[in-house]
Design a protein around this ligand. Structure first.
Ligand SMILES: [Zn+2]
Ligand SMILES: [Zn+2]
Length: 393
């Protein structure tokens, strides 16, 4: 019988009795099932033999007051009978099979004690005893992740830029090098937890590990606290760093810069820096993904006759766009490679949409010419088809 069995098997279900069943009810249920599945009366039926073993196992536990109590506790502790609620016992946060593999099948010792060993081992690793004791204060510690925000101009976001960021993070106090002890004094190993920072607490048959109350999990006690950090060994540190924002970031994007967070301690790695980017809009260019967009005004005659027009690009010289004769209002032209730089170094396009302008005022000459144009095109009614189509449903 292993603890894994305890967590995976629903002995009550095997016997078909409620969790509140009395010893008598359990005995009755067992006898009935045992008779039904006994190998003597089911010769050669492997399935029934297996069932008989299950029933016997369940009865072994549930008929023994002490073991039944252990079993109930184990299952309550790990989410009220995982195996019972989810057939097959799946959904453990970690693989109990591996964890319990070493103890399964061992003789002696209740399951509760094994659980205690297990968690003690998990959380007190490198703890109690042993000559190479590390306290939690000297253990390598990864630096904190740091969050920051930056507002970029439209062009900076497209091209990439380097920004100066003032970052505040918690780091080892410089006055005491993180020990928390006043200069010239040293902290002593906490006698309660022997420097592990963890204490075990017994809960019935189970031992749990929690941060030591006397040293608050540090493993060290300070008699003469450092006046700068008041003994906690931590201090707010402000530093200014240069952060490279890659080309092509979008408004609201979070940029991760690995290793640019708070420095690690005792040889631990630095944390990461996350920068939330805000991008200011541009008064001429817009953006859809990797493409830049621009609206280009053209006159009616340019659109009708065709023209070569100059279109600005975000960076660099304007490009010449050939607008063919008969270009309708709103048509979009693609200027390749003048968009946003992608991660792989390639670039998006510039999408230029023409907007046909109507003159607000006309001088005499223009009016005369337009009237002439009107006369010349008198036969073309652009709404003839529309009126026709409007009549038919
Ligand atoms: Zn302690
Ligand atoms: Zn200090």
């Amino acid at each position: 019988m292993s603890t894994k069995d305890y967590l995976e098997k629903d002995y009550y279900a095997v016997l078909g009795v409620p969790k509140t069943a009395t010893a008598d009810e359990i005995k009755k249920a067992y006898r009935k099932l045992a008779r039904q599945y006994h190998p003597d009366t089911n010769q050669g039926d492997a399935a029934k033999e297996t069932k008989f073993k299950e029933v016997s196992e369940a009865y072994d536990i549930l008929s023994d007051g002490k073991r039944r109590k252990e079993y109930d506790e184990a299952r309550t502790l790990f989410g009220s009978g995982v195996g019972g609620q989810r057939p097959g016992g799946g959904g453990f946060p970690f693989d109990f099979g591996d964890l319990f593999g070493g103890t399964a099948g061992q003789q002696g010792g209740g399951a509760g004690e094994r659980l205690g060993d297990l968690f003690g081992g998990l959380f007190n690793r490198g703890g109690a005893g042993g000559s190479t004791r590390t306290t939690s204060a000297t253990r390598p510690r990864r630096g904190q992740d740091v969050e920051s925000e930056v507002t970029l101009s439209f062009t900076e976001a497209v091209e990439g830029t380097t920004v100066s960021l003032r970052l505040t993070s918690s780091a080892a106090c410089t006055a005491c090098s993180g020990t928390g002890a006043k200069a010239g004094t040293t902290p002593r190993v906490c006698p309660t937890c022997e420097g592990t920072g963890a204490a075990s607490r017994n809960l019935g048959n189970f031992a749990f590990s929690e941060p030591c109350r006397d040293c608050k999990g540090r493993g060290l006690l300070v008699d003469d606290p450092c006046p700068v950090c008041e003994g906690n060994g931590r201090a707010k540190s402000t530093r200014t760093i240069q952060a490279r924002i890659p080309a092509g970031v979008a408004d609201g994007q979070r940029v991760k810069l690995k290793g640019k967070g708070a420095p690690g301690e005792n040889g631990g790695p630095a944390g990461d820096l996350y920068i939330l980017t805000h991008v200011k809009p541009h008064h001429v260019f817009g953006r859809t993904g990797d493409n830049l967009t621009i609206t280009v005004p053209v006159t009616f005659s340019e659109a009708a006759l065709g023209a070569e027009i100059k279109v600005p690009t975000l960076k660099g010289m304007p490009v010449t766009l050939r607008v063919p004769a008969g270009t309708p209002n709103g048509r979009t032209f693609r200027v390749r490679g003048r968009g946003v730089t992608r991660k792989d170094g390639t670039k998006g396009d510039l999408l230029a949409s023409v907007e046909v302008l109507v003159p607000k005022t006309l001088d005499d000459k223009s009016r005369e010419l337009l009237n002439e144009f009107n006369t010349a095109t008198a036969g073309d009614d652009p709404r003839a088809d529309l009126i026709q189509r409007a009549r038919s449903e």
